[in-house]
Design a protein around this ligand. Structure first.
Ligand code: SIN
Length: 551
């Protein structure tokens, strides 16, 4: 869509050992590990400051087998069950084992975990975990506590150069004598302009894709940038059809975008899901009622919401027992929305929450393009399979960021000549927001909790139309416009890939439900790998590699 013309703009070139894109848990943890080992790191984030990403908003904790009687094997087994046949047991074991070491190191380094009277970390229990193994720090603000802790350390680490308001546009990938290799990232930086960040290693840590849907628990920056950048560069993406919807986001009116999450720990603490008549209907849906797997609860609520009915979460008994102190984030969210959970049940609806698929990596975060690495939600390690177990995502980000750093440092890369790409023309103007909102609503309607072949085919066509419409927009001129234009480009490309993946998987499994294929089929018990070339062409994006003009 942005391949129409490339007005020549000067591109500044800077060099480092590693470029990390993204400022959430994975990006900051990888940057720290690399800088502490002496690497010069450039950390790019399109947000105004550290930390960015979904971790800041996460209300769950970190699943880690630290409790008496618990083990990595048990944690891995629960992870495999949740994954609905597509979690790789070896990866689940690796996550659980390495997670104990990584989280112990963070606790040792001063991560302020919630602790009991005996000084030991308190471990909570969540749905589908067989043990008490959820570590919290700051109660329901665990993600915030973790990323704030990491951000303070990143800022204090001299080897990390932080570039805020730096929107990554494209990866630069070069044909070498021995195949293709990532060479850097072309980014637009506020107050600077276009910058080519050259490095022998690029780590994608851009988080998830919630903002592809109209209602999401994810922050505005979660537009799937890293997955789209990787796709345009020709990398393999896996399992894109598997998107987890959180059952209980606060149902407040407003334009497409983020809705605050009401943690499932509330249901763990006894909150009931009620229909408009006050009936606690989850007991009719599943033997585990409110503690049924997340996808079951989300579909049960989503079905009612789709029929125009209202659904509520009843926090009154929890609040009567002092819950506002235990769930300060939830208390703040409700107060901001003008709701009093002690007085009346609060309205909820499902929201796009977590992408199990992503850029395909091995156990060390290597992608299919040498020199390109991925960690955290942007990556697909096959840990989560078709459905992620609650509180495994912060753990995955910490564990695989560490593994990427270690593996990357063991792979020295000789400097290569770099061809400087032209700066791209980025679509801009007020219509950018309109096209983005239309795509979000389309994804929510046709590619949400329940999909079918006809709806997916329609979504594919309409997304092509939006892609063509975006090509006709006037060029963006300033940072905000260029960021929005790049996000639109990424959003449309990734939405099309998600639709393609969902269309192809003719079964229901984990978080992917097809009304026209309700059964789970053994023949589909495999991963699905897509590349950019699997999309039918509609004057698509030219990757930066094809635009070499000067060296
Ligand atoms: C929640 O607290 O409900 C979300 C936690 C998670 O997604 O792991």
């Amino acid at each position: 869509m942005d391949g129409a013309s490339y007005p020549v703009s000067p591109v500044q070139v800077v060099h480092s050992d590693v470029v990390v894109v993204g400022s959430g848990t994975a990006g900051m943890a990888a940057s720290l590990a690399l800088a502490q080992a002496g690497r010069r790191v450039r950390l790019l984030t399109k947000t105004d400051d550290l930390p960015g990403g979904s971790s800041l908003w996460a209300q769950g904790g970190v699943a880690v087998a630290l409790g008496a009687g618990d083990s990595a094997a048990d944690h891995a087994a629960d992870t495999v069950v949740a994954g609905a046949g597509l979690t790789d047991p070896a990866m689940a074991r690796l996550l659980a084992e390495a997670g104990i070491a990584e989280m112990s190191a963070l606790l040792e380094a001063g991560l302020p975990a919630d602790r009991g009277a005996d000084g030991k970390p308190l471990l909570g229990r969540e749905a589908a975990h067989g043990r008490h193994r959820i570590l919290h720090a700051g109660g329901d603000a665990t993600g915030r506590t973790l990323v704030t802790f990491l951000a303070d350390r990143v800022r204090a680490t001299p080897g990390i150069s932080i570039h805020t308001r730096a929107a990554a546009a494209d990866l630069v990938v070069r044909e070498t004598g021995r195949g293709r290799r990532a060479q850097g990232v072309l980014a637009y930086e506020d107050g600077v302009g276009w910058v080519l960040h050259v490095a022998p290693h690029v780590v994608l840590a851009t988080g998830g894709t919630g903002q592809l849907w109209a209602v999401t628990t994810n922050p505005p920056e979660a537009t799937g940038d890293g997955m789209a950048l990787a796709a345009r560069a020709g990398a393999h993406l896996a399992d894109l059809e598997f998107v987890q919807f959180h059952p209980t986001a606060l149902a407040v009116a407003g334009p497409p975008g983020r809705r605050p999450l009401l943690t499932e720990a509330l249901r763990g603490a006894g909150a009931k899901v009620l229909d408009a008549g006050g009936h606690a209907f989850m007991a009719d849906e599943h033997p585990d009622a409110e503690l049924a797997p997340r996808d079951v609860v989300a579909r049960a609520i989503g079905r009612r919401v789709a029929r125009g009915e209202k659904v509520f979460l009843d926090l009154r008994p929890i609040w009567a027992a002092g819950g506002a102190r235990k769930f300060p984030t939830v208390a703040g969210i409700c107060a901001e929305a003008g709701l009093d959970p002690a007085a009346a049940p609060v309205p909820v609806a499902p929201a796009a929450h977590y992408h199990m698929g992503g850029v395909l990596t091995d156990a060390d975060g290597r992608t299919s393009i040498p020199g390109l690495w991925a960690a955290g939600e942007v990556a697909c390690t096959h840990v989560h399979g078709a459905n992620r177990l609650a509180s495994n995502s912060l753990l995955e980000a910490v564990v695989f960021a560490g593994r990427v750093a270690a593996a990357l440092m063991a792979e020295p890369a000789a400097p290569q000549p770099v061809a400087v790409p032209h700066a791209p023309m980025v679509p801009g103007g007020a219509a950018t927001a309109d096209l983005a909102a239309e795509a979000q609503l389309l994804m929510a309607e046709k590619v949400g909790l329940v999909r079918d072949g006809m709806g997916l085919a329609e979504a594919a066509l309409r997304l092509q139309g939006l892609t063509l419409a975006a090509q006709r927009l006037v060029p963006a001129r300033d940072y905000a416009g260029i960021r929005a234009g790049l996000e639109l480009r990424n959003r449309l490309l990734l939405s099309r890939l998600v639709v393609e993946a969902a269309k192809r998987r003719e079964e229901s499994r984990g978080a992917h439900t097809r009304a026209d294929h309700p059964e789970t089929r053994d023949a589909w018990r495999h991963h699905q790998i897509l590349t950019y070339s699997d999309l039918s062409r509609v004057a698509e994006v030219e990757p930066a590699t094809t635009r070499e003009t000067r060296s």
